[in-house]
Design a protein around this ligand. Structure first.
Ligand code: C2E
Ligand code: MG
Ligand code: MG
Ligand code: MG
Length: 284
């Protein structure tokens, strides 16, 4: 029976707490295997200027297709990887692959990489980022790391130190999911972020509910006065897009502008008669 481990699919349908613990452990093991077996991929989602429509960059989003269970969303496997420590190796893999991909793009735009709280607190992160930049030849200005507030608030002194080292490399920092946490203003005051990514929950209600629109306005005003550009996440409709434009939001990302897609499919994001889009080949 020991041979079955993660392939023991029926276990996934067990019930009870024991089963869910077992399931998490199995998924964790399967993920370790996935990292070795090339079951992981990165999809890229375009980020555009809302005033000019120009491509500003792409966010790297990790994808895992389990041979039996099919695609498993990052919201499910990242927490498991944070628990079993695998998130560090996953993070290195994503960072390296994203930088390798980005250097092959025709347009020398930004690549944004998500960094989990666990990975962020690793004192080796700045050195790792430095090594990957040298190894891949990606100019530091083209890399942006996306952090959430939960990564920062546990140990502010340590966070400031790590962030200082990352910024010294010339790498950009974006505050992800802004508004979904609880200490946003303090975070903005204390840490030198280069971008605010407004959580898609606020974009979602922007055409219909007054509260969302008021919050979006306030965040945009905050960004303006702090001189930090704001990117709106999760733009799905033309209406959301035009409200955000009208309100002076700097950048946007969402299904309307482009779905996350494997690098080979970036042609779908290409605008007619535009040659400055990423090339369609994967780095060997
Ligand atoms: P995130 O960094 O906030 O990424 C944006 C998420 O919103 C992505 O989900 C993206 O597919 C989704 N999204 C984009 N546009 C739209 C839209 O118009 N509507 C809706 N409903 N959703 C949209 P995804 O890829 O499932 O990733 C979820 C989260 O998992 C990410 O949130 C990020 O926190 C985490 N994640 C993904 N890749 C990585 C990674 O490589 N490392 C780490 N540490 N975390 C990752
Ligand atoms: Mg992100
Ligand atoms: Mg986000
Ligand atoms: Mg998120």
């Amino acid at each position: 029976h020991a041979k079955h481990t993660f392939l023991d699919v029926p276990c996934f349908y067990d019930s009870g707490i024991g089963a869910s613990v077992r399931k998490r452990r199995q998924l964790g093991e399967a993920l370790r295997h996935a990292l070795e077996q090339d079951e992981l991929a990165i999809h890229y989602q375009v980020q555009k200027s809302l005033s000019t429509g120009e491509v500003q960059g792409y966010e790297a989003l990790l994808r895992w297709t389990h041979p039996q269970l099919g695609p498993i969303p990052p919201s499910e496997f990242i927490p498991i990887a944070e628990e079993n420590g695998l998130v560090r190796s996953l993070g290195v893999w994503v960072l390296r692959r994203a930088c390798m991909d980005a250097v092959t793009w025709d347009k020398p735009c930004r690549v944004a990489v998500n960094v989990s709280a666990v990975q962020f607190m690793d004192a080796n992160l700045p050195r790792l980022v430095h090594e990957v930049l040298i190894e891949t030849g990606l100019p530091p200005q083209r890399l942006e790391l996306e952090l959430t507030e939960t990564a920062l608030i546990k140990d502010k002194g340590r966070s400031l130190h790590i962030i200082g080292q990352i910024k010294a490399l010339g790498v950009g920092l974006a505050l992800d999911d802004f508004g979904s946490g609880y200490s946003s203003l303090e975070t903005l005051r204390s840490f030198p972020f280069d971008k605010i990514k407004l959580d898609r929950a606020f974009v979602d209600g922007i055409e219909s509910d007054r509260q969302s629109k008021a919050i979006v306005r306030a965040v945009l005003a905050l960004g303006k006065s702090l001189d930090i550009p704001v990117l709106a996440e999760g733009i799905e409709t033309d209406e959301q897009m035009s409200v955000l434009r009208l309100e002076g939001c700097d950048e946007g990302q969402g299904y309307l502008l482009g779905r996350p897609s494997p690098i080979g499919d970036l042609a779908q994001n290409r605008q007619p008669a535009q040659s400055d889009t990423p090339r369609h080949q994967r780095v060997a």
